[in-house]
Design a protein around this ligand. Structure first.
Ligand code: NDP
Ligand code: 8X3
Length: 248
């Protein structure tokens, strides 16, 4: 099950796993994009795809959709908690509190609601692997990053804690912490302003969604006794949130 599969990392991860024969549950809020992806994933006819359109911020919706999964879809081996976003890039004193709510509600509470609904299914079988999309912004803060950084620091802490909580149940938890990656992320952060959205990647060969999908697939296919706890991935031109080298 991949949350936020209509774009970016989530979509590329769905494609990667589908190519390798996994049945996949794709989720997101944009039904038309779920429909398109479902068609694309089904092309080789070898895998099953279930698309679920819901907003991870809506607790009742998450509980009801996952609680009512068809019987043969309840065996979720891998959950990729990917749905998330940054909105705005302002100093704290100028921040838009609606943007803050969107980030905390999606990146932290949404991830929790989905995990609360899916993890008991894994615990009951004593197997499963949960991936949480954190960020290098959850390792170090940067100017104007404030609430987005805080939401990803929370994902980092939750990943550590979940791993401990479900240790006895044989559940792997992997935190994926990428640096700059070109997806719809920046367009969402700058509320559809395409010019502003390009600025962070100027002169950088950024990560692609496929790069991240490859890393998730690698971690997911290691032997049963091996768990990558966390992995930080940046473009070679980026050493930290505040250190990158730009080339023309
Ligand atoms: P995209 O904007 O390309 O994809 C985000 C996905 O999340 C979309 O499929 C979107 O689907 C889904 N989503 C957003 N809000 C909700 C919601 N409320 N309910 C359900 N689904 C939702 O961004 P990325 O692929 O880049 O980002 C994926 C994750 O990776 C995020 O958590 C992001 O914070 C993190 N990340 C991104 C980095 C980057 O530089 N790109 C670097 C580090 C981490 P829909 O709109 O259809 O609901
Ligand atoms: C996204 C990476 O540096 O834009 O999580 O915050 S950054």
């Amino acid at each position: 099950m991949i949350t936020g599969a209509t774009s970016g990392f989530g979509k590329a991860t769905a494609v990667r796993f589908a190519k390798n024969g996994y049945n996949i549950i794709i989720t997101g809020r944009r039904q038309e994009l779920l429909d398109e992806l479902e068609k694309e994933l089904r092309v080789n006819g070898k895998i099953k795809v279930l698309s679920l359109c819901f907003d991870v911020r809506k607790k009742d919706e998450v509980e009801s959709v996952i609680g009512n999964l068809p019987e043969d879809w309840k065996r979720i081996d891998i959950l990729v908690n990917n749905a998330g976003l940054a909105v705005g890039l302002d100093h704290i004193q100028n921040g838009n509190t609606d943007d803050w709510d969107r980030m905390i509600d999606t990146n932290v509470k949404g991830l929790l609601y989905v995990t609360r609904a899916v993890s008991p299914l894994m615990v009951a079988r004593n197997e499963g692997h949960i991936f949480n999309l954190g960020s290098i912004a959850g390792k170090e803060a940067y100017e104007n990053g404030n609430v987005y950084c805080a939401s990803k620091f929370a994902v980092d802490a939750l990943s550590q804690s979940m791993r401990i909580d479900m240790l006895k149940n044989n559940i792997k938890v992997t935190l994926i912490a990428p640096g700059m990656a070109e997806t719809e992320f920046s367009l969402v952060r700058f509320k559809g302003d395409e010019e502003k959205a390009k600025v962070p990647y100027k002169g950088i060969k950024a990560l692609t969604a496929e790069d991240i999908a490859g890393v998730i697939y690698y971690c997911a296919t290691l032997p049963d006794h091996v768990c990558i706890n966390e992995i930080v991935i940046t473009p070679t031109q980026q050493a930290s949130v505040n250190h990158s080298v730009r080339r023309e």
